[in-house]
Design a protein around this ligand. Sequence first.
Ligand code: C2E
Ligand code: MG
Ligand code: MG
Ligand code: MG
Length: 281
Amino acid sequence: RAKGDGRGVYRFFEAEMDVRLQARRSLELDLRAAFEAEAFDLHYQPIYDLAQERICGFEALLRWTHPTRGRVSPAEFVPLAEEIGLIVPLGEWVLRRACREAVGWPEGLKVAVNVSAAQFTSSALIGTVKAALAESGLPARRLELEITESVLLVNGSATVAILHGLRDLGVRIAMDDFGTGYSSLSYLRSFPFDKMKVDQSFTRDLTVEQGSDFIVRAVVSLAASLGMTTTAEGVETPEQLAWLREEGCDEVQGYLFSPPVPASALPALLDLWNGRKRRAA
Ligand code: C2E
Ligand code: MG
Ligand code: MG
Ligand code: MG
């Protein structure tokens, strides 16, 4: 009995795998075509400075509208772009586009750009960042690069050398999604990050019973003792905001302020949070 059933189950998995592989393969082709057709766009999410009580910058987030599937999440297509090597040219496009748009923002506002591990496989990244700054005219101090812990897992010492090269250009380096990776804290000795971004999974259950409040408190104090600032991601409620303010978190980001929006929506957002009306109030 078992034999027959097993075979049937196996066939079912085979068919299912086939469908998934085909779906993946077609998404892969669409992704390459999209790059050729420049079908990508950047949205921006405000980063709010709690001491200054104003928007201090925006994080650039890649958007892809697929011709038939509609909006595809970067959580789905970025890993695919990494696998097929497309992230290198795509990441370069993101950097150039983000710098070009940010140079037109009011003075002092910075732009944060996500950089994936695959972009750290050669020191070409330093030249790419340098070129993006030079051709846009954006001062280096207004650019912040967000990397995840996984970057340091792949090729530690080479990555650290590239990070120093980037730092020498004058850009800031933030550790994204802090607390979700598999690496140990020892990498914090190998490179002095400017900022830690507390992952949204910790922010989410900050104010629930038995929540992650002790973790976030520890991260804020760890960061402070290492001379880094902290940004909490995924802030959705006034309760979370009040807690983070109380605990000395420097910056916050989340739907409470705004979801990521097209560049055209930024002036209205700045008017809302940093504008004259607000100052008068
Ligand atoms: P991330 O860098 O950690 O970006 C934050 C993600 O959280 C964004 O998702 C943002 O839309 C979402 N988010 C912001 N506020 C809230 C909130 O209050 N609640 C919730 N539930 N979510 C919030 P998004 O845009 O879907 O991006 C997902 C991930 O894809 C990013 O995570 C980043 O790792 C990657 N990604 C996006 N753009 C790029 C890019 O240009 N290059 C690279 N390498 N990766 C990118
Ligand atoms: Mg990020
Ligand atoms: Mg993050
Ligand atoms: Mg993330």
